[in-house]
Design a protein around this ligand. Sequence first.
Ligand SMILES: C[S@@+](CC[C@H](N)C(=O)[O-])C[C@H]1O[C@@H](n2cnc3c(N)ncnc32)[C@H](O)[C@@H]1O
Length: 413
Amino acid sequence: MIKRRTILGAGAGAVLASGAGLASQANAQDMNRWGTDGPSGLGQRTDTEGEVYPPGTLAPRGRFGRMERLPTLELESRQNFLRSFRTWVNMSLSAKAAERSNQVLRENDLPIDAEIPEARALELLMNEPLPQTASRAWLSSQQLMWNGLREEFEGRVEKYLGEMEAVDNYGGILELNPELDIPKYARHEIHIMPGGYVESPVAGHLYHYGTNGFYMGRNDNDEIHIGAARRMAIPADGKVKRILDLGTGVGQFAMALKERFPDAEVWGIDAGGPMVRYAHLVSTERKLEVNFAQRMAEDTKFPDNYFDLVTSYIMFHEVDPEATRKIMHEAYRITRPGGVFYPIDFNTLDNPPRTAYQQYRSYMDHRWNCEPWTPKWRACNPQQLIRDAGFDLNTEGPVALPRFGVLNATKPA
Ligand SMILES: C[S@@+](CC[C@H](N)C(=O)[O-])C[C@H]1O[C@@H](n2cnc3c(N)ncnc32)[C@H](O)[C@@H]1O
């Protein structure tokens, strides 16, 4: 049984929630984890403020799409405002900044339709008011967004830990390992999320509500993840009985895959314990039996040739180059002959030329939004890395996320 204080961060004592092995072990261990009517039938619980509602319920304000509404109108309205503001910055203001950027290129007799050296793009745009304003407004709105969410989730951490604790032993397997040796590259506060993925006990809450802002209104029904799961390439023999999602975060893609393949044994693993603990809470609420484990993608602990489908969704651009190479080899080891590996990420297919403004915004993202590995991911050749690991590349077939192109691979039979 996990106590709410046992997963306060990566350094806390070792915890293994019900069932640490493969699904078959877990099923034998507890055939009736759902009880008769799922976690909400477990009885009522009183939270720290005296409200009474079923365990596993994040907030008593209903839902937007599939997500629990934020717990106060004040927080919700601020977050909605910031999301709208971000949308305006990324669409309207950025369009003006891009126009100004093209004008600067013309004034300097430079092409607007070919990539110029990044140093030159930065030199030209770094002191231009419009690009500067777009970049600053985007970053500031993100800081405000994280701060508001952190105040709520960390400010009432006992309540949120209690909700997770209430369902730790129900639903699919949850394996937490605070002793996990998490390399430094995975401990950064990526996209300036306070505490990153591994330090804050409510990292999953922060990430889910924060990225709801990032997706600018296309996330509260898991729209993107469900669309990608529906289009996911599958093995030629059609057999999809075991699926693994690497760097699963709050489990949206793993859950979407479980919805597409309801009979499959589905696992999501992530470096962040609080991420998978929250994923488990959500999947339990949805009565989706998905297994989540805090493990590194470069050392998944699964047997050779175990999975029919190995996926990842925007994990690789946050991983350092050496780990990237190791993860590709690990993916090969655990994919069965004929099985498919489909890593969805930016720039997996090719690197189309970037405008000067895009280069400027990428640099600002890397430098100020704490995206340490994106330039290296952009510069590496994922297709070659996948081939080096032993896979055959598939250049045709369904495109999971259209703007990312087709990049999936089959383990030769
Ligand atoms: C951008 S998030 C993507 C999360 C999720 N796939 C989604 O669709 O939102 C990247 C995730 O990868 C995880 N991660 C990064 N490096 C990892 C590694 N080597 N092993 C396992 N997880 C890793 C992070 O903890 C984080 O949750």
